[in-house]
Write a protein that binds this ligand. Structure first.
Ligand code: NDP
Ligand code: 8X3
Length: 250
């Protein structure tokens, strides 16, 4: 079977890294994106599949287009885009929140995802083929206390995903979203600005999802027959009923 060319944003950690690992094991062709160059290079050394590394900040519109437009010709036809890069910054009530945190979430999780999509889409439309998987969140389905702007960013990802599905309907491009609940990654370390104790508490009183669980869900959407679009897949730890109801052990 023809190898897929797959662009994964946020491949340096967590869900993106687990997804890259899964597709590397299948021998696909990977375009690994992130800001931490040493981690990108480490993945490239570890993987035996063909790969390209793109180092850019998704918030930097020029950098996004320069990197993607600058891919070698035989890497330009991207079959699968996994829009995963993103983070939460802070968990504060609106009146106490830090505006830089808000900018980071709106610029990265929302505008960054849109820029990457816009840069990748023309060749998919031209070829009338391709698939996009956006990593949303349970936070894009329900708002939780102090989640305000992070939740808003993931609601925006959901709205944009729906818009893509409508606009690209004539072109046979599959538009999918996965909406995970709590996944143990570097996510909480970023949200809590390196506070290890606080981050650990998010996960150690339940059995959270692993990044590999989400990678497997993405693979399920990718492996569905071409006439099937798994439009939305919400994936929760069994200990989590929704955004706020969690069966914590202590
Ligand atoms: P991690 O912190 O482990 O990974 C985040 C990834 O995103 C890193 O590879 C990071 O790479 C990249 N990234 C973040 N900001 C930027 C940026 N401005 N430009 C380029 N790359 C960026 O967290 P997760 O793996 O958990 O998060 C991945 C996605 O999953 C996010 O969209 C998150 O919102 C979503 N999610 C996470 C859940 C969880 O509980 N963990 C649950 C639901 C959704 P680098 O720093 O090298 O640039
Ligand atoms: C990440 C999961 O519940 O921390 O999107 O928002 S949550």
């Amino acid at each position: 079977m023809k190898k897929k060319t797959i662009l994964i944003t946020g491949a340096t950690s967590g869900i993106g890294k687990a997804t890259a690992t899964l597709f590397a094991q299948r021998g696909e062709r990977l375009i690994l994106c992130g800001r931490r160059q040493e981690r990108l290079e480490e993945l490239q050394r570890k993987f035996t599949c063909e790969s390209q590394l793109l180092n850019f900040d998704v918030r930097d519109r020029t950098a996004v287009f320069t990197a993607i437009d600058g891919l070698p010709d035989d890497w330009k036809n991207i079959d699968l885009l996994i829009n995963n890069a993103g983070n939460a910054h802070g968990l504060d009530p609106v009146h106490k929140a830090n505006l830089d945190d808000w900018d980071a979430m709106i610029d990265g999780n929302v505008k960054g995802l849109m820029y990457v999509t816009k840069a990748v889409l023309p060749q998919m439309v031209h070829r009338q083929a391709g698939q996009i998987v956006n990593v949303g969140s349970i936070a894009g389905i329900e708002v939780y206390p102090n989640g305000n702007v992070y939740c808003a960013s993931k609601f925006a990802v959901d709205a944009f995903t729906q818009g893509l599905r409508l606009d690209l309907n004539p072109y046979g491009i599959r538009i999918c979203a996965v909406h995970p609940g709590l996944v143990e990654t570097e996510f909480s370390m970023v949200r809590f600005k390196g506070d290890e104790e606080r981050s650990k508490k998010v996960y150690d009183t339940l059995t959270p999802l692993t990044a590999a669980d989400v990678a497997n869900a993405i693979a399920y959407m990718v492996d569905a027959p071409p006439h099937v679009t798994v439009a939305d897949l919400t994936l929760l730890p069994t200990d989590q009923a929704n955004a706020t109801v969690i069966n914590r052990k202590k």
